[in-house]
Write a protein that binds this ligand. Structure first.
Ligand code: ADP
Length: 196
């Protein structure tokens, strides 16, 4: 199975900058002549869970939806062809490995993260829980356990300059991926409808 364009998972503790990065990356990919032909789409998985009802209800203790993974994965079947999806979610270990070509794990200094989450009006326990998760590198460890080492990239997200650098770096990675898979479009023509 091959995709015409890569799928990128942008993950990290809430507040590290996933949605902001995905929005800027989308703009950059749509603007660059080398990548603008693809139907790039930013998929905010948390929003999708709510919009499509991929959950079994609100969990008061965790202050979040109890995700129905089967239903969510059905909704996300769209990622498989032709690719070009920017998946934005704080959980990274639920997707089939074959769906994802690059995993970007955003990291942030914990005191800066605390301030960002306070601005979001999170309750104290939710701020503490997320802050501890960032210090313990929970998402990074999950990513390393779930995907091949060479596709997991850890990037700092503590300033607009870093964000710009990250976006440029991912754009260059997409261009390299595309160059590496230049012949796959021909293969796709042969096996249409047999994506797995
Ligand atoms: P997430 O999607 O991971 O929950 P957001 O993208 O919503 O995080 O970012 C949370 C807040 O932090 C936003 O106000 C955003 O502008 C800010 N932020 C994120 N990344 C950076 C960065 N690299 N530099 C400065 N501010 C950032």
């Amino acid at each position: 199975m091959s995709r015409s364009w890569p799928n990128i998972l942008i993950t990290g503790t809430p507040g590290t900058g996933k949605t902001t990065h995905a929005a800027q990356l989308l703009e950059a990919l749509q603007a660059a002549p080398s990548t603008s032909a693809a139907p790039w789409q930013h998929v905010n998985v948390g929003d999708l869970v709510k919009e499509k009802g991929c959950h079994s209800g609100w969990n008061d203790e965790w202050q979040s939806w109890d995700v129905d993974e089967d239903k969510l994965l059905d909704e996300l079947e769209i990622v498989q062809h032709p690719g070009a999806k920017l998946l934005d979610w704080h959980t990274c270990d639920m997707f089939p490995e074959r769906w994802i070509d690059l995993v970007v794990v955003l990291r942030c200094d914990h005191s800066q993260l605390w301030t960002r989450l306070e601005k979001r009006a999170y309750g104290l326990s939710k701020i503490q829980e997320n802050n501890t998760a960032e210090i313990m590198e929970v998402v990074l460890n999950d990513a390393r356990e779930s995907y091949a080492e060479e596709i997991v990239v850890e990037l700092r997200s503590e300033s607009p300059e870093q964000m710009e650098e990250n976006v440029n770096r991912i754009l260059q990675w997409v261009e390299a991926w595309r160059a590496d898979h230049a012949n796959d479009d021909d293969d796709d023509d042969d096996d249409d409808g047999e994506q797995s």
